[in-house]
Design a protein around this ligand. Sequence first.
Ligand SMILES: Cc1cc2nc3c(=O)[nH]c(=O)nc-3n(C[C@H](O)[C@H](O)[C@H](O)COP(=O)(O)OP(=O)(O)OC[C@H]3O[C@@H](n4cnc5c(N)ncnc54)[C@H](O)[C@@H]3O)c2cc1C
Length: 330
Amino acid sequence: MTDSIYDITIIGGGPVGMFAGLYAGLRDANFQIIESLSELGGQVNALYPEKTLLDIPGQAAIKGRNLVDNLQQQLDTMNGDINLNETVTNIVKSDNVFNITTNKGTSKSKAIIIAVGNGAFNPRKLMSDGADQFEGNQLVYTAKNLDQFKDKTVLVAGGGDSAIDQALMLEKTAKKVYLLHRRNEFRGLEHMVDLLKKSSVELITPYLIKELKAAEHDQVTVVAKKMKTDDDFKEINVDKILVNYGFISNNKDMDNWNIDLEEDHHATKVNPLLESNIHNVYAVGDQAKYDGKQTIIATGFGEVPITVNAIMNDLYPDNHTPIHSTQLSN
Ligand SMILES: Cc1cc2nc3c(=O)[nH]c(=O)nc-3n(C[C@H](O)[C@H](O)[C@H](O)COP(=O)(O)OP(=O)(O)OC[C@H]3O[C@@H](n4cnc5c(N)ncnc54)[C@H](O)[C@@H]3O)c2cc1C
């Protein structure tokens, strides 16, 4: 952080916050991004880097991690400050400048773009006996890199879309994939459930993971108990366990920012320019709420130029607003 006053502070470095940085740079804004995680990329990087996204305009099919890499390359062409491992805890307006407080210090900015998604997120943990000792090694909550599952025996736990996607994705890489779920029915798209049933993924239902125990060769014994029984147990030795019980997100930090939030989803209410109830505080991406809002990346990308140009028009009314980032002729 610097002592200077930023034109724009972007809170949250997910895909939409990253694009906001690029666009702020294209407008010659003096900007910073503040991101609470150790890496940029938000949900895409933290939750599904190996997923192939089909709805990013201009990309026939792109893996989450490659989308984040591309956004990073674009962002690197700009001179903004990127502050990682830093969480914004408060913003207070005084004399048309915002004082931003984080867990690491303070900074000042003339405008703010809130791009915090649903807030900071953490995986819903496996609470079974013995689970703690394997966390981060044999037990993981996201498939960060498919190579770690190559030729391994893997157990995926969970019954939603994401668990099914991951089991099918791992089927191509792993030696053997089990999918364990506490119900017989899966909560996935019908097409994906059909694929799952035709796949080589072995379904273990209706079972719950009771305990994890160390086994030979760095393996883990998964002790699973059949639902509604007391003594029907199964033991499976695996190299990796990928738990997919969803994520818990919260943006409690925003409670003190005096921003009008939409009640159910804790998202920011915005006007058609994506501005909140506070002048020069905008919201984009999953955090912005208005009628018809779709929380997908393409929507968030589309919101960014609207907010950045509105801010720059307000701060520097004599500068003209560009329609395109480049011109065909002078
Ligand atoms: C499993 C799954 C699959 C998906 N598949 C698709 C898909 O195929 N196509 C698609 O378009 N969308 C998909 N989405 C939705 C997509 O991921 C979101 O729409 C997108 O990530 C929103 O981007 P964002 O930048 O607004 O927020 P996020 O990606 O949530 O990023 C917000 C960032 O803000 C940070 N942050 C939060 N609070 C603070 C704070 N106080 N201070 C500093 N930093 C903070 C967080 O750490 C996070 O990095 C999927 C989502 C999930 C969960």
